[in-house]
Design a protein around this ligand. Sequence first.
Ligand SMILES: [Zn+2]
Ligand SMILES: [Zn+2]
Ligand SMILES: [Zn+2]
Length: 87
Amino acid sequence: MADCAHLNGITTVRQPARRECEECVKMGASWVHLRTCQTCGATLCCDSSPNHHATKHAKHSHHPVVASAEPGERWLYCYPDEAFAEY
Ligand SMILES: [Zn+2]
Ligand SMILES: [Zn+2]
Ligand SMILES: [Zn+2]
């Protein structure tokens, strides 16, 4: 595992409830890839998407870790430590 207490503290990875960015759906916007917040379970769009909702959420809510919500991808990312881990 990575040298990051946030990532090391995760025992069960939260999966997306739905494969859509909940903020983009409200705005009528589109997204590229999805990430699931490991603190609250919100599924939001990545930095390749126009609205960067996952990054905005991490900064505003201080929820450090997201997981990829893309099928077949099994990794976690910690914003404050800029650390990746596969699981
Ligand atoms: Zn961390
Ligand atoms: Zn979005
Ligand atoms: Zn969150």
